[in-house]
Design a protein around this ligand. Structure first.
Ligand SMILES: Nc1ncnc2c1ncn2[C@@H]1O[C@H](COP(=O)(O)OP(=O)(O)OP(=O)(O)O)[C@@H](O)[C@H]1O
Length: 904
């Protein structure tokens, strides 16, 4: 499934699944009891090499099949049908090898919740707009004249302009000062947190080239050390200062350590409070603006605290960046889906041996038994840091189901973690409440500063001719003087189009989105970081965690989906403290389209009910059973995006009642070829083969079987079965492939009342859906207000709307999602019902829910109604300007009529 838009970063990936195409080799045999390994008799002949090379475990990489009418859901509410009660596949797995799930993980990791943005280029307007260049120029001059700051960090209603240095006046460090520590003695932190060794390295401001070299070195080092990185550092002085700060965590002692470790002279707003809280063993939430230095709030404590600091991060790219940015004194490591099993094992080994002080992990790791047992057996985890903590909350702009797992109960009780530090730059009050309640953090432990830096110059304009407007903007002051800028687009094809257009107009640019290879993406980032290109034209895939200090401008080619996204993206600019320019283009059509897409993950009660009926097999003795749901086919069957299914399963695990326990995802369909002994003969010697022969279908001489079913029959885990097969493969007896990535879970309790559980879950999902719509509306309202209603506000003029946008943003973050309903969106249309009627008549062979009809009318693809098949209809996307709920209601009425007539 490839959508044309990128997510907030979750499916991005600078580091997408390491292998999206076939086949990491089967996992090396791991921690299984001896008796589960094969004892096969003699067969002394040497194993044959696998001639076909097909012995590797394969992950299915076929694109989703184009749905045909036949693949449509079969028991829709307007069909009189009996519910399908085919039992789910069930099987048994327990622990799985480290790193074995990497590719499966990465698959889930790289496709996090995101609306389907399957719009074709032709569907996108080329709207038009008014030039803002002259206004911007005037404002830029005005800013420079004002000079003095009347604005600390918070922005009031009559907010004056910030006293930030304009970028064009030369280079420098702005207000962020680093110490020159040339010639200081370095040592490195050893496994007990002591400083030792005699390695020296001078430390000073690094040139860009030096930084690049350091990064290359870091990557090389990472590769060699399976994800661990050793950095050279200062020695005795750091150790002394760390001990002093441990004994007396006064600001004075902390600043001393800061100087030695980071080379900074003083703390920034909020940092020292956060650090003191951590050192006192108190869990806290830290809300600081983008680029404010949140990482330092765990880096410095990591030097002081005796145990390991675990940093949970939503993106592999982010982890790698953060690992690189660790101060030299700290031994860092990571566990990620991009590592080989050997690298992951090496990281765990290092961790067990005390060779890692700060470990970066993804939230999905918390499903992995080996990881959990390693973590809980460590002497101490001093701190768990949850970066981008808003991902915990379904009310945030970027909810990640796997973040739900990070609950106080798991962290404190199971893993014995001392304290938790949750960090974010973009959380509304509702989101903050959700974070604090999940992590059991009292409101007294909230450290919150304004969520917007004061060095942004914010402007807005209505689009008239988008490409030309963009070019005019970039060619006019102040943008013409900006050396490094990012242009954010919503759709991948837009980035490519603009990239070409800019290069044709002699502006050095490159595009960046999740549709290009990881290698190409890091190449683009490198070119940008080293100022070899001026512009990156990117989707949301670019930026989270990007810490290029001199990005001078961010342009939004289309409206972001929320103010959170807007703030995150403009937050890539001005990280050196200088004034930076952020321009937003907007228009109604794009807004309508994006608003429609906020409904792409919505589901109805009937679908939830159908899902639950399959998750919990009718069998009364299903408690304790291991079951699986093949992601791709289930997604089509329920017409639910994979991320939504994961959200539901996670809620069934972590809701008020624990109905199931999720396991890591595995490929569950095996295909076996025999190469040496005849199958019946081998079956006499090996019980796994006997069961496989009994439980498999044969096709063209291959044996196709369900791994959990065979494992269940044998009374072993899936891993043990896989290990047995692996042994046979080494003996040259067989080769095998595995496909069909599935969600796997063990049933803990079967719900007694599925209907009311479905109703509860649906209510929750629909609140989440509404919340997304409100976020989209709040973003649009802010832009609309700036352009149409704010004339009287002090400081706004022409395209410049810094004061009023600042106010809108801060109000939004401090409010409780109380965005006004957007009046632009239509509440009725005289032709709607008639069009739906015609649509239903002309597609009478297909089955629809009201939501499915509304999706077609709004041009939203879904797993069972893909755009490849449905965008050809005349009605596709025709009603984006009418509220989705209104269209759904109309569809419901028409479907009633239609079905009624049908049954007469
Ligand atoms: N006290 C300080 N003095 C000077 N520079 C600092 C200080 N603290 C952090 N920095 C620098 O500020 C930059 C931004 O820090 P960091 O990446 O931690 O920001 P962040 O708050 O995590 O931002 P984002 O949310 O956008 O990722 C880094 O280059 C960091 O070294």
């Amino acid at each position: 499934m490839e959508s044309d838009s990128d997510s907030d970063g979750s499916h991005i990936s600078a580091t997408p699944p390491r292998k999206s195409t076939p086949s990491p080799p089967p996992p090396p045999p791991v921690v299984v009891s001896k008796k589960s390994r094969i004892r096969i008799k003699p067969s002394k002949s040497k194993p044959k090499p696998d001639p076909s090379g097909s012995s590797k475990i394969q992950s299915k990489s076929d694109p989703i099949q184009q749905a045909t009418l036949l693949s449509l859901p079969t028991d829709l509410p307007f069909q009189i049908r009996r519910p399908s009660d085919a039992p789910s596949i069930s099987y048994s797995i327990e622990t799985l090898p480290a790193g074995y799930f990497s590719s499966s993980h990465s698959a889930s990791f790289s496709k996090i919740r995101r609306p389907l943005l399957n719009l074709e280029p032709s569907e996108v307007e080329q709207p038009v707009f008014t030039s803002v260049a002259s206004d911007s120029r005037a404002e830029g001059a005005d800013l420079r004249k004002r000079g003095k700051s009347q604005l600390p960090n918070l922005i009031g209603s009559s907010a004056p302009m910030p006293s930030v240095k304009p970028r064009t006046s030369g280079a420098g460090e702005g207000n962020f000062v680093k110490l020159n520590m040339n010639g200081k003695r370095k040592k490195f932190l050893n496994k007990r947190g002591k400083f030792g060794g005699k390695r020296y390295k001078s430390w000073r401001f690094k040139s860009q080239r030096e930084k690049e070299e350091e990064q290359e070195e870091a990557v090389g080092e990472l590769k060699q050390r399976g994800g661990c990185k050793r950095r050279e550092i200062d020695g005795d002085a750091v150790e002394e200062a760390a001990t002093a700060a441990r004994n007396v965590p006064s600001e004075e002692n902390l600043v001393k350590l800061l100087r030695l470790v980071h080379g900074y002279d003083c703390f920034r707003d909020g940092q020292v409070e956060a650090i003191k809280m951590v050192l006192a063993g108190k869990s806290s939430v830290v809300v600081l603006p983008t680029g404010a230095g949140k990482s330092l709030c765990y880096q410095l404590p990591a030097v002081i605290l005796p145990g390991v600091t675990l940093v949970v991060s939503p993106l592999v790219a982010l982890m790698i960046d953060q690992l690189r940015q660790l101060p030299h004194v700290i031994m860092g490591g990571l566990l990620s889906s991009t590592q080989t099993p050997e690298e992951a094992s090496e990281s765990l080994k290092q961790l067990r041996q005390g060779g890692i002080k700060v470990l970066f992990v993804s939230p999905e790791r918390f499903l992995n038994e080996e990881f959990l047992s390693t973590i809980s057996s460590l002497p101490a985890i001093s701190l768990v840091v949850i970066d981008e903590a808003h991902c915990i909350s379904e009310w945030s702009h970027n909810f990640r189901p796997s973040f739900m797992r990070l609950r106080a109960s798991l962290l404190h009780k199971t893993l014995n973690v001392r304290s938790v530090l949750a960090m974010t730059a973009t959380a509304t009050t509702t989101t903050l409440d959700a974070i604090m309640s999940a992590l059991d953090i009292p409101s007294t432990n909230l450290i919150q500063k304004a969520q917007l830096r004061d060095n942004f110059h914010l402007s807005v304009s209505l689009v008239r001719n988008r490409m030309k407007d963009l070019l005019n903007l970039i060619k006019s002051p102040p943008f013409v003087e900006v050396q490094s800028m990012i242009i954010y687009c919503k759709f991948q094809y837009e980035t490519d189009q603009i990239n070409r257009y800019l290069n044709d107009n002699n502006i050095l640019a490159k595009s960046y989105h999740s549709g290009i290879s990881a290698k190409e993406r890091s190449y683009v980032q490198e070119l940008f970081n080293s100022n070899k290109i001026r512009v990156v034209v990117a989707t949301v895939a670019f930026g989270m965690g990007l810490d290029k200090r001199d990005v001078g401008a961010v342009i939004h080619y289309s409206l972001p989906e929320s103010l959170e996204e807007y703030v995150q993206e403009i937050g890539r600019a001005g990280r050196d403290g200088r004034l930076s320019y952020c321009h937003l283009f907007y228009d109604d059509e794009t807004y309508f389209k994006l608003r429609s897409l906020t409904h792409s993950e919505g589901v109805d009660e009937y679908a939830v009910n159908k899902f639950l009926r399959e998750v919990f097999p009718a069998d009364k003795n299903s408690c304790g059973k291991i079951c699986s749901l093949i992601k791709e086919s289930a997604s089509r069957r329920f017409d639910m995006k994979e991320e939504v299914m994961l959200t539901l399963l996670t809620r069934l695990e972590l809701g008020d009642v624990q109905y199931l326990q999720l396991h890591p995802q595995i490929n569950v369909t095996g295909t076996l070829n025999f190469h040496k002994s005849p199958p019946p003969l081998l079956a006499q010697k090996v019980s796994a083969i006997a069961v496989i022969l009994k439980r498999s279908e044969t096709k063209h001489g291959q044996y196709i079987f369900d791994i959990p079913t065979v494992a269940n029959d044998m009374g072993v885990t899936a891993v043990e079965l896989i290990n047995q097969l692996y042994d046979l493969k080494l003996m040259g007896e067989i080769t095998y492939e595995m496909k069909d990535l599935a969600y796997c879970y063990r049933i803990i309790e079967v719900p007694t009342d599925l209907l009311s559980l479905s109703a509860d879950i649906t209510r929750w999902l629909s609140e989440v859906e509404n919340c997304k719509v409100r976020k989209m509306d709040a973003m649009f309202n802010a832009a609309y207000f700036a352009l149409n209603l704010c004339d009287t506000m002090q400081g706004c003029s022409g395209a410049n709307h810094t004061p009023c946008l600042q106010r809108k943003i801060l109000d939004y973050f401090s409010g409780v999602d109380n965005a006004d309903f957007c009046k632009k969106i239509g509440q009725s249309s005289p032709f709607l019902r008639a069009d739906i009627k015609v649509f239903l008549q002309s597609n009478s062979q297909a089955r629809f829910t009201p939501r499915a009809v509304a999706r077609v009318m709004h041009g939203i693809a879904s797993p069972a109604y893909p755009s490849t098949a449905w965008s050809k209809t005349h009605f596709w996307g025709r009603y984006t300007h009418i509220d989705f709920q209104v269209v759904m209601e109309a569809a419901k009425e028409e479907l009633k009529n239609f079905v009624g007539k049908d049954t007469l």
